[in-house]
Design a protein around this ligand. Structure first.
Ligand code: NAG
Length: 319
């Protein structure tokens, strides 16, 4: 009799992540590329958090939400990218059952939080653009904190609701996952029985949630643009300037998600690459997208560098 590992009589106690495999040269190149990308994600996003905290001109709901999104992006890519990097140079990419479950839960908790934060940011833009006179009462500091706490709670609920289904599945082998991280659809595929039923649970939860949110967000941005268009008799340029960053980020984040979760049976390896987009590319692009065309952030960076010059000058002349 095979040894039971104590988790509901499952016999599989570890999974093998096939991940990205290529020649040794390819793997070294990928390791370097993803290490640089990950460094960029950490530095870029923490720089935004730092800027929003130290510059009092950025103390507004929009930038607090942006800082929280950046902070969450660091967490989101940390769930998968460091492990992917270290796996690239390994021969046997084994992950224990527990680590696999923990990784999956963190991915969904952080991913769910990201999703709710993006909705909150859209709501913030709606309030600022469509209800400018009531903006500061609608997005009061209290509401802001409440919305952020809510996004964390929703993220955890989203992860746990799927986890409770998956943890009860029996696993008797095979245990190879053709991806570089664990996720619910991949794990369910490996269950011995009843898998189809649970596949439906994940598709319904993650799949419909991401697709529904995506269209809701796009609709709300269209609604905001139509409101501006009516009010300013056809001049959209200013609103488009603010909203284009948000719309770009929403499309970048949701397209891979929909691909991964709405496909009921992940047989192609396309979704493996979609993961890379969501965990390594989008978090790296977010700081760039939000700072590149944003006047407030550019001014804040100028103020910061001036202050740096000033401090250095002061150290020289002892003031
Ligand atoms: C998140 O938002 C809250 C409330 O608006 C703010 O006080 C906090 O500094 C933000 N957190 C980060 C990491 O930026």
């Amino acid at each position: 009799l095979p040894a039971m590992d104590g988790l509901n009589g499952s016999v599989v106690s570890e999974f093998v992540l096939l991940g990205l495999s290529g020649s040794w040269e390819t793997n070294v190149t990928l390791t370097l590329t993803f290490s640089l990308l990950y460094l960029g994600i950490i530095l870029g996003n923490l720089f935004i958090v730092f800027l929003v905290i130290v510059d009092s001109h950025l103390h507004s709901p929009m930038y607090f939400l942006l800082a929280n999104l950046s902070f969450n992006d660091v967490g989101l890519s940390s769930t998968t990218v460091p492990r992917m990097i270290s796996d690239l140079l390994k021969e046997h990419r084994v992950i224990s059952f527990q680590s696999c479950m923990i990784q999956t839960c963190f991915i969904h908790a952080m991913g769910g939080t990201e999703l709710v934060l993006l909705i909150t940011m859209a709501f913030d833009r709606y309030a600022a653009i469509c209800k400018p006179l009531h903006y500061l009462t609608i997005m009061s500091p209290k509401t802001c904190v409440l919305l952020i706490v809510m996004s964390w709670v929703m993220g955890v609920i989203h992860a746990m609701s799927q986890f409770t289904f998956v943890i009860n599945l029996p696993f008797c082998g095979p245990n190879e996952i053709d991806s570089f991280c664990c996720d619910f659809p991949r794990i369910i595929q490996l269950a011995c029985s009843d898998a189809v039923k649970f596949e439906f649970v994940v598709t319904a939860n993650s799949g419909l949630l991401t697709t529904g949110t995506f269209f809701l967000l796009l609709l709300s941005y269209v609604f905001i643009l139509v409101t501006v268009w009516k009010r300013s008799s056809g001049d959209l340029s200013k609103a488009l300037g603010t909203l284009s960053a948000h719309i770009t980020v929403v499309v970048l984040f949701f397209t891979p998600c929909i691909f991964i979760y709405l496909w009921p049976f992940p047989t192609s390896s396309v979704d493996k690459y979609m993961f890379i987009v969501d965990f390594a590319i989008t978090p790296a692009l977010n700081p760039v997208i939000y700072t590149l065309r944003n006047k407030d952030i550019k001014l804040a960076i100028q103020r910061l560098s001036k202050r740096g010059h000033h401090d250095r000058f002061c150290r020289l002349v002892y003031c």
